[in-house]
Design a protein around this ligand. Structure first.
Ligand SMILES: Nc1ncnc2c1ncn2[C@@H]1O[C@H](COP(=O)(O)OP(=O)(O)O)[C@@H](O)[C@H]1O
Ligand SMILES: O=C(COP(=O)(O)O)[C@H](O)[C@H](O)COP(=O)(O)O
Length: 343
């Protein structure tokens, strides 16, 4: 590793040898494409988290591919074949692997297009990757070749009851399904989820779990207040790297709403994992130092969304921490520096 983390109060030089270029400029001027993979079940919040990453880093840097475009069968054909889209065989993962290699080289591809409005394929479109490329879908890190080309991986896993509520609302409101149609697919989908999708968790750098808030289930749909946890699976990268500075004085004196912050370690197989759990509403002042730290080092303004409210949901804080986590993905800088060096 070319650089050690700064101790408290020191600012780590994330871009050594760049004459003080900030992280965002560094990405923009780099020949490399930084790839982020987001995986999880249908209706689990992949698109929502992906959008938050886009918002934080800016649309000029970030492009997204949804893996639904790589379905092999259209909606009608899946029905006839009794196969769910969660089955890898219902997807063109080999073409995705090929396209991902092209994209990491910065090349333009002809990307297939799946139309959720009618469940059919539209003509392919030309697609050029931004300097940050997000792949989001069911099988994002299903194969070794896909994993090899992803610099950062995130798995989202809401509790089944949260997931059903989200999926039900989205598929009925946006995708033209009836309640009965969504219900009828739940059972075969859950079976294939456990079989094909959930096992990808072990390859994730970070797993985000969502459950109903301990302060009231109804606050989810009404105010987007959930209990959100962030855990890291791989021992090589630690959540403790994240600067989680919280102003305890503000916490005690300014907050008049309920919240929970918990951190625990767990031994899973050979791996020691850390899990941060947040719930309720946290005073924006409490995460001020974290926001400022990100802003200073990246010149991106992740806090702009939160400026006008005094409280942030657990989801918003987790999105902020994830941005920090992504910034710290040294693999990217290491690889870029190495490639720059060899030019
Ligand atoms: N973090 C969240 N907080 C509140 N609602 C969410 C969250 N994530 C997802 N949802 C709800 O669930 C629906 C499905 O989420 P989406 O991001 O489209 O899932 P996916 O891309 O995994 O299929 C969204 O339309 C939204 O209503
Ligand atoms: O399982 C998913 C994944 O999409 P997402 O993760 O966005 O839910 C969708 O059901 C399929 O893409 C088929 O779509 P449809 O059922 O609309 O034909």
């Amino acid at each position: 590793m070319m650089q050690t983390e700064g101790k408290t109060g020191e600012k780590p030089d994330l871009c050594p040898g760049t004459g003080g270029l900030n992280f965002k400029d560094r990405i923009a001027s780099s020949p490399c494409v930084f790839t982020i993979g987001v995986a999880g079940d249908s209706g689990s919040g992949k698109t929502t988290f992906t959008q938050s990453i886009r918002d934080i880093f800016g649309e000029d840097l970030v492009t997204t591919i949804t893996l639904d475009d790589y379905h092999l069968y259209d909606r009608e054909e899946r029905k006839v074949r009794h196969i769910t889209p969660l089955n890898p065989e219902a997807n063109r993962l080999d073409q995705l692997e090929h396209d991902l290699v092209e994209l990491t080289e910065g090349r333009t591809i002809d990307k297939p297009v799946y139309n959720h409005a009618n469940g059919r394929f539209a003509p392919p479109i030309r697609f050029t990757p931004g300097k940050i490329l997000i792949l989001e879908g069911l099988h994002t890190f299903f194969t070794p070749a896909l994993r090899e080309h992803l610099d950062f991986t995130l798995f989202v896993e809401p509790d089944p009851e949260v997931k059903i509520e989200w999926k039900m609302r989205r598929d009925i409101n946006n995708r033209g399904y009836t309640r009965e149609q969504v219900m009828a697919e739940l059972e075969p989908r859950e079976r294939d989820y456990q079989r094909f999708i959930a096992p990808q968790q072990k390859y994730a750098d970070v797993v985000v779990r969502v459950r109903f808030s301990k302060y009231g289930r109804e606050r989810g749909i009404r105010e987007k207040i959930y209990q959100v946890s962030l855990s890291q699976n791989r021992i090589t990268k630690s959540i403790e790297d994240v600067d989680l500075s919280i102003d305890l004085f503000s916490l005690l004196s300014l907050s008049d709403r309920n919240f929970l912050i918990e951190f625990s370690h767990e031994q899973r197989n050979d791996e020691r994992t850390g899990e941060l759990i947040l719930d309720g509403e946290l005073s924006t002042r409490m995460v001020k130092r974290l926001e400022t730290s990100i802003e200073e080092q990246t010149q991106v303004r992740p806090i702009s969304d939160f400026h006008d409210h005094d409280y942030m949901t657990a989801t918003e804080v987790v999105q902020l921490i994830l941005a920090w986590r992504i910034i710290h993905q040294r693999v990217f800088l290491e690889r870029c520096l190495h490639q720059d060096h060899n030019k």
